[in-house]
Design a binder for this molecule. Sequence first.
Ligand code: G
Ligand code: MN
Length: 326
Amino acid sequence: MSSIALQDKPKTDRTFWVLMGGIVAALLVATQTTAEIFVSPTKIYWAYAGVITGMAFVSLGWLGSKWRKARHKQTREDAQGDSVRKVLHDKSYTVLYQPICDINTGAIIACEALFRIKQEDGTLISSYPVLSAAAMSGMGPQVGCAILDQVAGDWREHRLQLPVTLNLSVRELRNSRLIARLIAHRGLPINIEVTESAFLDDSTGVVERLKMLRALGYRIYLDDFGTGFSSMTHLAEMPLDAVKLDRTLVHRLPESSKHRSICRAIVHMAQGLGLRTVGEGVETLAELAELKAIGCDTVQGYLFAHPMEARELAHRVELGLPLLAA
Ligand code: G
Ligand code: MN
């Protein structure tokens, strides 16, 4: 969500100044040469005046195009922000919960909160476009607060004591209002899922914040591990309680011995560091068998349960039945 659009500006500026430097140098050389040929002070004066006017036009053109681009970006962000505000205002969203189960017993031991958009006919669709619009327009923390409030409401209404994890982006973790709201709901078993991007730029103070939250008792899950950065140092040094094996790795387990080796190494490493492991996106019995064989602790995926409403989750927790018999 939040490591977007950090890089463009310096490059553009450098290109601009190199270009300007080149133009000025070329024009000065041309002027000097002209002056030497004609040896007339008036001509030199006019030549310099020409250089300055030319530079002024180039600069104005450049500034104009920058301004137009900035305005265009602003308009786009405003539109995205408006669409997210509308979703929040109309309450055309909900939060579903996907169980995380013990790999051996199939018992529900936790769940992940997942944001979904409600269409007019009541059907639910992916929240991806709304979440990316929120990220682009800076509305991520407001969406985070809405999710948090619904989770807290659902947990109170259904008297749930099951741990529930919330996906938080770097931008959301940096937002003091959201963190204060999270702490306000401290009596509830709400935990946090972050991706490794939270650890990549420590200057933002996110790691300190995660340490503080962990000291307050929040568990921190590292989401989608095994693709992308996958730093071992992060596993060792960051404030973490659990590692979620990315589902792209899980899906390749049955057919690829290389992926089995990678997953086994991650699971062993995590366990050596005292971290719980969660196999994500488990869809088949073959994937489950491989995860068991490499010693993974817990699992989440369509094989066990699709994301469900709080009422249904509460019902299943109350029944106490395993989602998949061992
Ligand atoms: O990256 P993260 O783990 O937060 O992604 C959660 C998303 O994965 C949710 O949108 C959820 O619906 C989806 N998901 C959950 N279980 C499965 C599964 O078994 N297979 C696939 N393909 N997606 C899943
Ligand atoms: Mn997640």
